[in-house]
Design a protein around this ligand. Sequence first.
Ligand code: FES
Length: 172
Amino acid sequence: MDESALPPKSAPEVDFPIDRVEAEHVSRREFAKFLCLVSGGMAVGSGWVAIKDKLFPPFRVKGEAFVCNTSDVPLGSTHPFTVEGSNIPFILIHLNDGTFRAYEQKCTHLACAVYYSPTHNKIECPCHHGYFDASTGDVLAGPPPRPLPHLDVVIKEDKIFVREPKHPAHSV
Ligand code: FES
């Protein structure tokens, strides 16, 4: 490149001159090194994710875990809980139609705590205005990329239990 086509040099560049044409030139060898570094980094990252999943499998509820009594969660209200052996926050919701749902209380966008709004019958994330369907956990609006993870709710007499969902990806 012609040096005269470049903008005028600033004071520090005048005091400490560098060959700008040479400084801005990226050789094929340097570019190939850069590509190797990037693809090597991505390979190591993917390998780490695979190994981490094997070493630290995601938490699973064993059998049925007791949450509370039905009388503890009046219609339209919620009950936060965790399952023994895990500190993942869940929220039990007593929907206006009388059914119960259990969702992870972390937004699938950036993990803010979500809350149930009985007036809108939606689960809302205050951080970036994400909205989830309270009956299914599906994303209704906003940036969350996935539905809220859920647990199946089982009621025996007046006791509420949760267990791993039969259909983990969807359908509550
Ligand atoms: S963290 Fe919930 S919408 Fe961004």
